[in-house]
Design a protein. Structure first.
Length: 99
């Protein structure tokens, strides 16, 4: 559960897309934490982040965070129903644009 869904405003997407790098760690201030619920989710984390206009993010190295962590499901697991049905499988970009 080391991934979290982050929602940004459409007009701020390019700003955050260039600042947030997958595999890096950050210190953040002034954002909202929401329950990760709904018909479809992009990760298993129970919460998601909502960046607001005053959100501040600073890069901060945190040792011993795994750089690569994939959670692919095998065809056998999918066919056998061994997965969480409301969790999306195969997303490449974890940003969501809010209109």
């Amino acid at each position: 559960m080391d991934k979290i869904h982050c929602i940004v405003q459409r007009e701020e997407f390019d700003l955050w897309d260039s600042k947030l790098i997958e595999g890096e760690t950050y210190i953040m201030h002034n954002f909202k934490i929401l329950k990760n619920e709904g018909q479809y989710r992009v990760c298993e984390h129970p919460y998601k982040l909502l960046f607001i206009g005053a959100t501040f993010v600073k890069s901060q190295a945190i040792p011993k965070v795994p750089m690569k962590d994939f959670s692919f499901k095998s065809i056998k697991e999918i066919v056998g129903g061994n997965f969480i049905p409301d969790l999306l499988i195969g997303m490449r970009n974890m940003f969501t644009i809010v209109f």
